[in-house]
Ligand binder design. Structure first.
Ligand SMILES: C[C@H](OP(=O)(O)OC[C@@H](O)[C@@H](O)[C@@H](O)Cn1c2nc(=O)[nH]c(=O)c-2cc2ccc(O)cc21)C(=O)N[C@@H](CCC(=O)N[C@@H](CCC(=O)O)C(=O)O)C(=O)O
Length: 143
C-alpha cells in the first residue's frame, strides 16, 4: 500500500464541504433528510491519495454496508474502484473513526444487506430502477 498520506478533496463542492463539516463536528452534524451518514475513507486506486466520501449510514450489529449507488447513474462511483483495489478502509460514524475491511457482496448475502440499505435509505430502491447496472453493495467488517 502506497505511503501517500495526502488527502485529495472531492472535486464536488457540496461533498467537499460536507466532509469538512463531518470532520469538524462528527457525522451527526450532517443529517441527510433526517437519515444518518457515515464518512468512508479510501485510498485512491491510481493516485494512492486519501479520499473521503460521505455515504448513507447502513449499520447492523457493528458491521456496515456501503452502497455504490451514485443516485442510479449508469456508472459506478469512482470510490467503488478504490475499495476494490484496497479493501482496507476507514469509516467514521458519529465522531469515531475505525478500521474495516470491505467485501463486495453477491447473492443472498447481498440481498440481505440491500434490504437493510433500502430500509435505511428508501431512495436506494428508486436508484436501482434508473440503471441496468447492479448497484454494488460492500459489507464492512471491523478489523
Ligand atoms: C466525483 C468523484 O466522486 P466519486 O468517488 O465518484 O463519488 C461520487 C459520490 O458517490 C460521492 O460524492 C458520494 O459522497 C455521494 N453520496 C453517496 N454516494 C453513493 O454512491 N452512495 C451513497 O449512499 C451516498 C450518500 C451520500 C450522502 C451525502 C452526500 O453528501 C453524498 C452522498 C471523485 O471524487 N472523483 C475524483 C477522483 C476520485 C478518486 O478516488 N480517484 C482515484 C482513481 C480511481 C480510479 O479511477 O480507479 C485515485 O485517487 O486514484 C476526481 O475526479 O478527481
Amino acid at each position: 500500500m502506497s505511503t501517500e498520506t495526502e488527502y485529495a478533496p472531492s472535486p464536488t463542492p457540496f461533498v467537499r464541504d460536507m466532509v469538512e463539516q463531518i470532520e469538524q463536528a462528527g457525522t451527526t452534524a450532517v443529517i441527510e433528510h433526517g437519515k444518518g451518514v457515515i464518512l468512508l475513507t479510501t485510498r485512491g486506486a491510481k493516485t494512492g491519495k486519501i479520499r473521503k466520501t460521505p455515504l448513507m449510514r447502513v449499520e447492523h450489529d457493528g458491521r456496515y454496508a456501503v452502497v455504490a449507488s451514485l443516485g442510479g447513474a449508469p456508472k459506478h462511483p469512482v470510490w467503488y474502484f478504490n475499495v476494490k483495489a484496497e479493501p482496507k478502509v476507514q469509516l467514521m460514524d458519529g465522531d469515531v473513526t475505525r478500521d474495516f475491511v470491505a467485501r463486495e457482496l453477491e447473492g443472498a448475502e447481498r440481498e440481505l444487506w440491500w434490504d437493510r440499505a433500502v430500509e435505511a435509505w428508501p431512495d436506494y430502491a428508486n436508484y436501482q430502477t434508473k440503471t441496468d447496472r447492479l448497484i454494488p453493495v460492500f459489507v464492512l467488517e471491523p478489523v
